[in-house]
Design a protein around this ligand. Structure first.
Ligand SMILES: [Zn+2]
Length: 310
């Protein structure tokens, strides 16, 4: 049950033309362009185009291709026991996001873009491209289905590398933030290719700051989100699998089962390395907190502002 649906009805809009939505049972219709959107189990699916799909190819198929389709759900749910996570989120890293969400008054409304399985509390609306448990609305970062200036804060963690047009996504976040609203953003710097469904880019700490400034944000702080040990674990797991594969893609994918577990303990060094003053030089991921200027409405047209959606 989507407890946010009542609130959502006041702040959503058509992702195609910005029109208002008229709600029916099981669907919503745009009063301007007449597009109809499904509402599945109280979760509105507010995507005008097709939901981006994982492109089929040998670099994406992973180990699932070796299992019969009926075993795929079991394999997906037990994935982290089969393949370990090579990203260590230390206490320091987790404290950053909790400090961000705790910095808002209790009546503030936050948006988590690409929320996945994360849960930051009842005043956070979770958006993702698929309706997994805990997701309140299905939509795309580049076409956020919300009215202007309706959120006090936005969380945007490990999503910017997956969107097709980073400038458009950042422009949309700025648009839905109220003036002086804040964003917390995380993006990989030294991680392996990981399509979900695509993987387009990496940023240094400095590069993330410039990217945000170029899209009309005032950057408060930047730092290391996931440390160099996690980067080393990921690269080591990939490298060992390539090395022992005999140049075979099939053996590479099987070998990663073993090499990821071999490399996995390296990541725990981030318990003390991710706060090293030089950790950013090979950090697995970086973060920034930034604000929309207090005197800016949603019509900002920055140096690369042609992405703005009216
Ligand atoms: Zn419309």
């Amino acid at each position: 049950m989507n407890t946010q649906l009542i609130h959502l009805k006041y702040i959503v809009r058509c992702p195609a033309c910005s029109g208002g939505l008229i709600w029916h049972s099981g669907s919503a219709r745009c009063d301007l362009c007449d597009l109809e959107f499904l509402v599945v189990d109280d979760v509105p699916v507010l995507i005008a185009d097709q939901i981006p799909q994982r492109t089929e190819g040998p670099d994406h198929a992973g180990l699932l291709q070796f299992l019969p389709p009926r075993l795929h759900p079991i394999a997906n749910s037990s994935r982290r026991f089969v393949r370990p996570s090579l990203v260590h989120r230390s206490r320091h890293t987790r404290s950053l996001t909790h400090a961000f969400t705790a910095s808002f008054p209790s009546d503030a409304t936050l948006l988590n873009v690409g929320a996945g399985a994360s849960n930051y509390g009842e005043n956070v609306i979770n958006l993702d491209i698929v309706a997994t448990p805990g997701i309140h609305v299905v939509g795309l970062a580049e076409h956020l289905p919300f009215r202007d200036a309706v959120f006090d804060g936005v969380l945007f963690q490990a999503v910017l590398e997956h969107v097709g047009d980073s400038g458009q996504a950042l422009g949309e976040i700025r648009r839905v933030l109220r003036p002086a609203g804040a964003v917390f953003i995380e993006i990989p710097f030294m991680q392996g290719y990981h399509p979900a469904p695509h993987d387009h880019r990496r940023f240094t700490e400095q590069g993330l700051r410039v990217e945000l400034e170029q899209h009309g944000f005032l950057v408060d702080r930047t730092g290391v989100a996931v440390g160099p040990a996690s980067a080393m674990a990921w690269v080591t797991g990939e490298f060992l699998a390539l090395l022992v594969s005999g140049r075979s893609g099939r053996i590479y994918r099987i070998a990663r089962l073993a090499t990821d577990w071999l490399a996995w303990p390296i990541k725990w060094a981030d318990s003390w390395l991710d706060t090293h003053e030089m950790a950013h030089v090979i950090a697995s991921g970086v973060w920034a907190s930034a604000r929309k200027p207090a005197d800016q409405d949603s019509s900002f047209d920055g140096p690369r502002g042609s992405h703005h959606t009216p």
